[in-house]
Design a protein around this ligand. Structure first.
Ligand code: NAP
Length: 319
């Protein structure tokens, strides 16, 4: 515990470490820092629990031989961090000042200060970028099959993408949809062999290769999408009650622009282990890792960053 935490006059909004984000990286880091007796605040963000809250069964997180539901896994991690004293607030960070120490972090409700900060804000689903997408978001356009799939019972569903997420979502959506069409911009899939095979062998899934979604139409709710062949330019209208966009993710780093060094795609650049370009600010999980992006790797990075934070704080105290 830092000196600032030990006195009876400690500012209740000041922490040894503030963790921004509450996916596997954030919660794991919180378990480690709070267990190391560092006063820890986790600011959970707009989706407490992160991306796994919108996942169904997680089959590859070690320790659960029969799988575990994403929200249950995240709730367990949250409780485990709280068990060691981490304070968790379900709020969103609006502004940070990493130029002066202690660091200042402003949310909708409060302003907090911290000796060290750990950024675990993850990544969000990528958008198609066509004008009608926003208009029909929540009116037939979705970015999460697990969350919204059951709303599309008996509909003709379109999924966009050729990666693991698209294959997983298309397969999952066959439980609800009358039909599922996968629109992919190339003629081969990026997804892992096992997920590809599952989707390709599913009789309810049809693939529309070399096509992109060019427009979305409907009144109150989506009714058709216009798909365009990228080789021939030929367009075709498909009737649909639901469009699931599964084309990857963007890092959640807007709030850190001008404060931390980011790469050309917006991911946080790490300088040495989990250290960012600012001394005392660390990062873990999908916010810097665009290669592995797994719950278990994010949790591992969270653990590494927490150990680095602890070492950094204790070195400062004794220097
Ligand atoms: P991803 O691997 O980046 O795949 C994105 C897909 O969307 C690609 O097929 C890409 O096409 C397509 N795409 C990108 N931008 C597009 C655009 N503007 N318009 C049309 N199509 C576009 O993303 P992901 O599938 O979300 O997977 C992310 C990571 O999580 C991966 O590492 C994946 O292995 C992992 N993951 C694992 C599991 C699992 O193991 N159960 C499940 C889900 C995700 P191109 O192929 O042409 O680039």
């Amino acid at each position: 515990m830092s000196d600032s935490q030990s006195g009876s006059f400690r500012d209740q909004n000041h922490y040894d470490v503030i963790i921004i984000g509450s996916g596997p990286a954030g919660y794991t880091a919180g378990i480690y820092t709070s267990r190391a007796n560092l006063s820890t605040l986790i600011i959970s963000g707009t989706l407490p629990g992160g991306q796994l809250m919108t996942t169904s069964e997680v089959e590859n997180y070690p320790g659960f031989p029969n799988g575990i539901f994403g929200p249950e896994l995240m709730m367990n991690m949250r409780q485990q961090a709280e068990r060691f004293g981490a304070v968790i607030v379900d709020d969103e960070v609006l502004k940070v000042d990493f130029k002066n120490r202690p660091f200042t972090i402003t949310t909708h409700a409060e302003t907090y200060t911290a000796e060290a900060t750990l950024v675990c804000t993850g990544a969000s689903p990528r958008k198609l970028g066509i004008p009608a997408e926003q208009q029909f978001s929540g009116r037939g356009v979705s970015y999460c099959a697990t969350c919204d799939g059951p709303f599309f019972k008996g509909e003709n569903i379109v999924v966009v993408g050729g990666g693991d997420t698209a294959m997983e979502e298309a397969t999952f959506l066959t439980k609800f949809g009358k039909s599922v069409r996968v629109v992919h911009r190339r003629d081969s899939l990026r997804a892992s062999k096992i997920l590809q095979q599952k989707a390709l062998e599913n009789p309810k899934i049809e693939f529309i290769w070399n096509n992109v979604v060019a427009d979305i139409k409907g009144n109150n709710k989506i009714s058709t999408v216009l798909v365009k062949d990228i080789n021939t330019g030929k367009e075709r209208t498909i009737e649909t009650g639901g469009l699931f966009v599964a084309i990857g993710h963007e890092p959640n780093t807007a709030v850190f622009k001008g404060q931390l060094e980011l790469d050309d795609k917006g991911y946080i650049v790490l300088k040495h282990h989990t250290k960012t370009s600012v001394e005392g600010v660390f990062a873990a999980g999908d916010v810097h890792d665009h290669r592995y992006r797994q719950a278990v790797t994010a949790a591992g990075f969270g653990c590494m960053a927490a150990i680095d934070v602890e070492k950094w704080l204790s070195e400062r105290k004794h220097s």
